[in-house]
Ligand binder design. Structure first.
Ligand code: A2P
Length: 292
């Protein structure tokens, strides 16, 4: 099995630097895609979420892949209506049952709340979930710097990971600096610039990252695809990257990125891109399905 680069979590465990994201896949697509990604393409990590409504398919795909449990890193996330201490404790049990696992490698709060007290209660449940061994590491997703400060100011466990929207044209420079200072690993979602018409409603934009001329020219120079160049940009920036695809050819392409390297000049020119900016919802204002 190929040894993929890893990042060290604040638990001491290693998280693979690359994995497969499965947002928008049906249960059946998740089953076959996860089986292919783990079993054939050799991916080391799958990133799902209760809110994707495909954990059962992911679980079947893991089982069918034939991979040993210790050889794969499985991430899932708390669905927004399950915020709160007791609900979060019940939610992880449901996720583990769906995934047919005794523990996940990483359990994330999917989205912060505008209600700080309830958010802290959820995080206290996450501390218990980690202590119980139901999640080997705990982290957050879509947390802004102020949410990270909220946990720190309450004297609670530092999240192992913050998974946020991050791609060329939205490099999250300030958040990355804060996370790095706190020892938090950053994972990039929509790393390729997202899925066109991806369900963000009227704000949904076509993917302009993969058609960007700067990225295209760099891809041509290396004989690689724009997606492979963008994945390299994430990896060489010390991020964890979870490109999503349902195409077997593109799943294989997206992990075939360890035979070339971007120069500092190429990295800087990609980092300097300012379009498309944020394509998903803004955690400062969006309150998805949180309990009243
Ligand atoms: P598909 O599933 O048809 O491959 P992100 O990971 O940023 O959310 O982006 C995912 C989008 O990019 C999906 O629309 C996916 O479509 C597409 N995609 C994934 N890998 C590649 C690739 N190697 N080349 C072109 N498009 C890709």
């Amino acid at each position: 099995m190929t040894a993929f680069p890893t990042r060290t979590l604040n638990t001491g465990a290693e998280i693979p630097a690359i994995g497969l994201g499965v947002w928008q896949l049906s249960e059946e697509e998740a089953r076959s895609t996860v089986r292919f990604a783990l079993g054939t393409a050799g991916y080391p990590m799958i990133d799902t979420a209760a809110g994707y409504e495909n954990e059962r398919g992911v679980g079947r795909g893991i089982a069918e892949s034939g991979r040993a449990r210790d050889d794969v890193f499985i991430v899932t996330k708390l669905n927004n209506p399950d915020h709160g201490y007791d609900r979060a404790l019940r939610a992880i049990d449901q996720s583990l049952e769906n995934l047919q696992l005794d523990a996940v490698d990483l359990f994330l709060i999917h989205w912060p709340l505008l209600d700080d007290d309830r958010l802290l209660d959820t995080w206290r449940a996450f501390e218990r979930i980690q202590a119980d061994g139901r999640a080997k590491a705990i982290g957050v997703s879509n947390f802004e710097e102020r949410h990270l400060r909220l946990l720190a100011d309450a004297g609670l466990t530092t999240p192992a990971v913050d998974q946020v929207e991050l791609h060329p044209g939205f490099p999250q420079t300030s958040l990355r600096r804060a996370a790095s200072e706190a020892g938090i690993v950053v994972t990039s979602w929509s790393p390729l610039g997202g899925t066109s018409g991806s369900g963000w409603g009227p704000r949904s934009k076509p993917n302009t990252v993969l058609t960007d001329p700067v990225i295209g020219a760099i891809a041509k120079a290396h004989g690689k695809s724009p997606a492979q160049v963008v994945i390299r940009w994430h990896l060489q920036n010390g991020l964890v990257v979870i490109p999503k695809s349902t195409s077997e050819a593109r799943i294989a392409e997206n992990i075939d990125v360890f035979d070339f390297e971007l120069s500092d000049v190429e990295l800087a020119s990609i980092s300097a891109l300012t379009e498309p900016g944020r394509i998903g919802a803004d955690p400062n204002t969006a309150n998805f399905g949180a309990p009243a």
